[in-house]
Design a protein around this ligand. Structure first.
Ligand code: SF4
Length: 182
């Protein structure tokens, strides 16, 4: 049973450099029904696997690394635990963290769900960049940055919402800057 105080995790990586730009804390949730052939994390698919952790513990882990200002939600499928992921994402956002999320769903479908599901709306509203769409093995390329297959989009959620059409994220437009330590 999902609630907004715990989250079912596949695992966390405290210092990822492959789940979005810069040094990031990556949260991999457990459970994903997309079943993409060639999935990078097949062990994260069973809904009953992983470990259940208090969201407060995940937040404490993020805060413990003073160098981290950006967090990525991945999986697994964050939008299959919308209450828990929204609680985590909104708390991080309120503390000024940047947030990326990976999903096997399409952005347009999530916006439709958001009309009926407050947690999906809250989660989408806290995300800066959404990497959307399933992993498609036939479109896989190692040349792609921060996505596994060419069908996946890096969507700038703020600009997409203000312009009323999908706007792809670009490093230059985002204002994201390398920390001085890079
Ligand atoms: S959406 Fe991601 S985690 Fe889920 S099956 Fe596809 S590649 Fe694996």
């Amino acid at each position: 049973m999902e609630d907004a105080r715990t989250i079912r995790l596949y695992g966390t990586v405290a210092d990822s450099i492959v789940d979005g730009p810069g040094l990031r804390f990556a949260v991999f949730v457990q459970g994903c029904t997309h079943r993409c052939p060639g999935c990078h994390n097949p062990e994260s698919q069973p809904a009953e696997g992983g470990t259940v952790a208090p969201i407060a513990d995940v937040l404490a882990e993020v805060r413990a690394n003073g160098l981290i200002r950006d967090v990525t939600l991945s999986g697994g499928e964050p939008f299959e635990q919308p209450e828990a992921c929204a609680a985590l994402a909104c708390a991080l956002k309120a503390e000024g963290y940047g947030l990326w999320a990976y999903t096997g769903y399409l952005y347009e479908d999530l916006e439709r769900r958001a009309l009926e599901e407050p947690a999906v709306a809250a989660l989408l509203g806290a995300i800066d960049v959404l990497v959307d769409g399933p992993f498609v093995e036939a479109q896989k390329s190692y040349a792609l940055k921060w996505r596994g297959s060419a069908n996946q989009r890096l969507i700038d959620i703020g600009r997409t919402r203000s312009q009323g059409q999908v706007v792809l994220w670009s490093n230059e437009q985002s204002g994201w800057e390398k920390p001085p330590s890079w």
